[in-house]
Ligand binder design. Structure first.
Ligand code: FES
Length: 97
């Protein structure tokens, strides 16, 4: 078995910088996203989705911001109510991904 990363793996980067997290809004996004990502990952190893925190993604005025890699999909003004749709459309992996 190869140690190379699976091409299906995704990385979600949530900004928790001072602008994105004003009023703890990025914390709310992160808290909900942790639950959704845990549901996707389950007991799989390596985990198909990796959740990371950034201190700034250089688009502060549009925050809260998150980016999904490898596609580089950028989401601005994110709140926790949008996360189910983002996860469904970008993180639920199919055999075609
Ligand atoms: S603080 Fe979030 S992009 Fe700068």
């Amino acid at each position: 078995m190869s140690d190379a990363p699976s091409p299906k793996r995704k990385r979600v980067v949530v900004c928790r910088g001072q602008y994105c997290n004003m009023g703890r809004r990025a914390d709310k996004v992160l808290k909900r996203l942790e639950v959704l990502v845990d549901d996707i990952n389950g007991d799989q190893y390596p985990k198909p989705v990796k959740l990371e925190i950034a201190n700034c993604l250089s688009m502060c005025g549009a925050g809260p911001n998150l980016v999904i890699y490898p596609e580089g999909a950028v989401f601005n003004g994110v709140d926790e109510t949008q996360l189910d749709a983002i996860v469904r459309d970008h993180l639920l992996l199919t055999d075609n991904d």
